[in-house]
Structures are given as structure tokens and as C-alpha cells.
Design a protein around this ligand. Structure first.
Ligand SMILES: CC(C)(COP(=O)(O)OP(=O)(O)OC[C@H]1O[C@@H](n2cnc3c(N)ncnc32)[C@H](O)[C@@H]1OP(=O)(O)O)[C@@H](O)C(=O)NCCC(=O)NCCS
Length: 147
């Protein structure tokens, strides 16, 4: 059975494990800092999916952004992170997580949920589309150190 609920304090290590799987280029220390900052935000939430025998199998992070490409309203909800463990993919966990994110956003009066996916993450793009997301743009992002 799929149990999607808000993140609890006891979920910390499982949330960190899944974050590291989704964003492996970030160090463990950076994840810890980001997680603490995330929980301190009044305009963000984490929903998780529990496993029957303990532990978690998925999470979604949502925040409120003042602007998102392609959206007509402002502010909007933004799906910042969306992950399901490989052994549980394709069984509705991802859909349930996004459903909980949508409910969170609607409770706040938000009218749109935005998201993004890397250009080479075609599976992630297909999953977004199956959940009703409409592609609005394709982009290459840059950074330039100013030090
Ligand atoms: C994207 C992800 C969260 C989806 O989770 P999931 O539990 O597999 O999703 P669900 O089983 O709820 O599927 C949701 C819908 O997407 C479709 N879908 C899921 N994976 C798909 C794939 N690889 N190809 C095509 N469609 C896919 C499902 O068929 C389903 O549609 P349906 O209900 O109409 O049949 C999961 O694959 C994942 O963690 N991927 C790695 C991380 C990632 O890419 N995250 C998204 C960043 S953009």
C-alpha cells in the first residue's frame, strides 16, 4: 500500500539517502545544510512515501516561487525535487507524491505547479507529461564564477 504523508523528524536519514541518490554531485554536508534550510522555510514542504516494513521509497520537495517560466499566475508552486527508489518505480508512488504536492499548493491558493527536467532525462519528462504537466520551454543553464 502506498502511504504518502508529510516528512517527519524520524525520516531525516532516509530523506538524505534519497536526496543523495537524486543529486549525487552534492556532498553529504551540503545536503545536510540544504535540508535544515528547507525545513526552516515557511513556503516549502516535503512529502514522502513510506515502505510497508519501515523506511521510505520516495519524496517530493515543493516550494513557492514568485515566477516560473511558462506560468500565467504568480506566485506558483514549484516541484523542486521528485524521486522514487528504483525498486518502486512504475507503481504509482511518483503520481501519489505529486498528488500530495498539488493538494499542498491548492491549500495555499496557488493555481499552477511548475517543474523542470534535465534535457537528457527523458524518463522524467515522460512521467511529468503523464501527470498532466505541459512542456513550455527547453533551456541550457550557465554559470560564471565572479571570484
Ligand atoms: C520520475 C519518477 C519520480 C516517477 O516515479 P514513479 O513512481 O515511477 O511514477 P509513477 O509510477 O507514479 O508513474 C507516473 C506516470 O508516469 C509514467 N511514467 C513513469 N515512468 C515513466 C517512464 N520511464 N517512461 C514513461 N512513462 C513513465 C507512468 O506510466 C505513470 O503514468 P500512468 O499512470 O498514466 O500510467 C521516478 O522515475 C524517478 O525517481 N526517477 C529518477 C529521478 C527523476 O528523474 N526525477 C524527476 C526529475 S525531473
Amino acid at each position: 500500500m502506498t502511504t504518502v504523508r508529510a516528512l517527519e523528524v524520524a525520516d531525516w536519514s532516509e530523506w538524505r539517502r534519497m536526496r543523495r541518490a537524486l543529486w549525487p554531485h552534492d556532498t553529504a554536508a551540503r545536503h545536510e545544510v540544504e535540508m535544515a534550510a528547507w525545513l526552516a522555510r515557511p513556503d516549502a514542504a516535503v512529502v514522502v512515501c513510506g515502505r510497508e516494513l519501515g523506511g521510505l521509497c520516495g519524496f517530493a520537495e515543493v516550494s513557492v516561487r514568485s515566477y516560473a517560466d511558462g506560468c500565467a499566475s504568480s506566485p506558483v508552486a514549484f516541484l523542486e525535487g521528485w524521486y522514487v527508489d528504483p525498486d518502486r518505480r512504475g507503481s504509482g508512488v511518483g503520481r501519489a507524491l505529486v498528488g500530495a504536492v498539488e493538494a499542498w499548493a491548492r491549500e495555499r491558493g496557488l493555481q499552477e505547479l511548475a517543474s523542470d527536467a534535465l534535457l537528457d532525462n527523458e524518463a522524467g519528462q515522460r512521467a511529468h507529461e503523464r501527470l498532466g504537466f505541459i512542456e513550455v520551454d527547453r533551456a541550457v543553464r550557465y554559470r560564471k564564477p565572479l571570484g
